[in-house]
Design a protein around this ligand. Structure first.
Ligand SMILES: C[S@@+](CC[C@H](N)C(=O)[O-])C[C@H]1O[C@@H](n2cnc3c(N)ncnc32)[C@H](O)[C@@H]1O
Length: 261
């Protein structure tokens, strides 16, 4: 089937996201957690990696303790859209068109960040670069810095077994669609196909590289990050198995004091 695409279309991306209660609950909880963290950081610096159209950047920009924000994405169309959204902020926010794994300190403008947003970021990084990405995040955390990770976590599948992985993607998105239709019985066919497009990317292992909890946990350990707070935001019950669904994690560096000054 020919599915509409949102990959370079910021309006279509926001339509898809805003039609999905599972995503909006996750972004909302990540924003609430970032706000809680920022409340304790006077003169904070906020970084949003894979910022997209800026849905996850808002909480940084809006917090009165935040001095400056940097937002990184490798999609020019999304960045331009976000730039327009936050135009009134002037120099307080810097947009950087870059790969989120390789982005340099020079481009970012500083080395240490107090709150780093990773909202649907990790699952957009290819599996082979996920640990490098998380290690880069660790390196960017300031002394008491925290990363807020919002992630879609698949049901358990057998690593390396394509059929098992496909089954996990299908189960996850059946529940996503069921939740969206429950909230909006008049969900348009267009929006449904945008959501199916996300699922198809995951299924094809192109642009979307979601994993299950044991793999995510191992990647965090390998990157010397630990979870200091965690909440399963969706689904509310056992419609998906316990360790899958949409989660928000607060991450801190293991042995942060070891970071070279
Ligand atoms: C699902 S969107 C999340 C956007 C935003 N954080 C949010 O919560 O709405 C994922 C974003 O990651 C970006 N992206 C994918 N791979 C990237 C990479 N290697 N470096 C930087 N951005 C990347 C995409 O362009 C897209 O904007």
């Amino acid at each position: 089937m020919d599915l509409p695409d949102y990959r370079y279309d910021p309006e279509a991306y926001e339509l898809e996201e805003k039609s999905r209660p599972d995503e909006m609950m996750m972004i909302g909880e990540a924003a609430a957690e970032a706000t809680r963290l920022l409340d304790a950081f006077p003169n904070a610096y906020g970084l949003d990696l894979c910022c997209g159209t800026g849905l996850s950047t808002e909480c940084l920009v809006e917090h009165p303790n935040v001095v400056a924000v940097a937002a990184v994405d490798n999609c020019k169309q999304y960045l331009t859209f976000a730039q327009r959204k936050f135009k009134s902020e002037g120099d307080r926010i810097k947009f950087i068109l870059s790969d989120a794994v390789d982005v340099s300190d020079v481009d970012l403008g500083r080395r240490d960040w107090d709150v780093i947003m990773l909202s649907s970021a990790y699952h957009h990084i290819e599996d082979s670069r996920k640990v490098a990405f998380l290690s880069r995040v660790r390196g960017l955390l300031g002394k008491d810095g925290r990363a807020v990770m919002a992630e879609n976590v698949l049901p358990i599948y057998l690593e390396g077994d394509e059929a098992s992985y496909h089954g996990a993607v299908e189960t996850f998105y059946q529940e996503v669609l069921r939740t969206a239709r429950n909230q909006n019985p008049n969900l348009s066919r267009h929006v449904e196909t945008l959501i199916e497009r996300v699922a198809q990317y995951g299924y094809d292992g192109d642009y979307e590289y979601k994993v299950c909890m044991p793999i995510l946990s191992q990647h965090l350990t390998d990157a010397n990050l630990e979870v200091s707070w965690k909440k399963r935001v969706w689904p509310k019950g056992l419609e998906l198995e316990e360790d899958s669904g949409n989660f928000v994690f607060t991450l801190k560096s293991i042995a942060a004091e070891d970071k070279l000054s």
